[in-house]
Design a protein around this ligand. Structure first.
Ligand SMILES: CC(C)(COP(=O)(O)OP(=O)(O)OC[C@H]1O[C@@H](n2cnc3c(N)ncnc32)[C@H](O)[C@@H]1OP(=O)(O)O)[C@@H](O)C(=O)NCCC(=O)NCCS
Length: 134
């Protein structure tokens, strides 16, 4: 297992397959991608899990967190999340947050993230903002 920074375009196929397979691939590309830091977790050189981080005003938002379908539930996403939390701490970020799919709330709570109860809907899905402060 290896985690390293990757280019934004490397994240797109996995994001697409895992998160929005019914939309065209352009749907998963975001304007901010070129300003982000993107981490990839590789298993035998295969990109297996991705996450994209955006820093602003001493805070980091992570977005588009996705593990390939055949490798979900094996702990790889947890390793990647722990990695980005460590990196955020090293950079001196005071807060890390994400717009979490509501059904993933329990997953993030396991890492000390808390529900801010800022809820919203987008593209037919329910979200809540989860955060951790250092
Ligand atoms: C969210 C996501 C990135 C997590 O990645 P992952 O690699 O599956 O993460 P993990 O394997 O570390 O954890 C997933 C679950 O498996 C469990 N798990 C971890 N290791 C495990 C193991 N060895 N054996 C059994 N279960 C395990 C975790 O406890 C977790 O349970 P939960 O979902 O009930 O909280 C992945 O589910 C995904 O891509 N989902 C679709 C896209 C998405 O929803 N993205 C996030 C939007 S907020």
């Amino acid at each position: 297992m290896l985690i390293r920074e990757i280019q934004p375009e490397e994240t797109w196929p996995l994001r697409h397959r895992v998160m929005w397979p019914d939309h065209p691939i352009d749907f998963v590309k975001i304007e901010e991608d070129k300003e982000g830091i993107h981490y990839g977790l590789f298993l035998d050189e295969n990109l297996t899990s991705v996450v994209s981080c955006f820093e602003s005003n001493g805070e980091m938002q992570f977005r588009k967190f996705a593990t390939s379908l055949d490798h979900q539930g094996k702990g790889w996403g947890s390793k990647l999340l722990l990695h980005l939390l460590e990196e955020a701490k090293k950079k001196g970020c005071k807060r890390v947050w994400c717009n979490a799919r509501l059904e993933k709330k329990g997953f993030y709570e396991r890492f000390g993230m808390v529900d801010t109860f800022n809820r919203f809907q987008k593209s037919g899905k329910d979200y809540t903002i989860m955060e951790i402060r250092f």
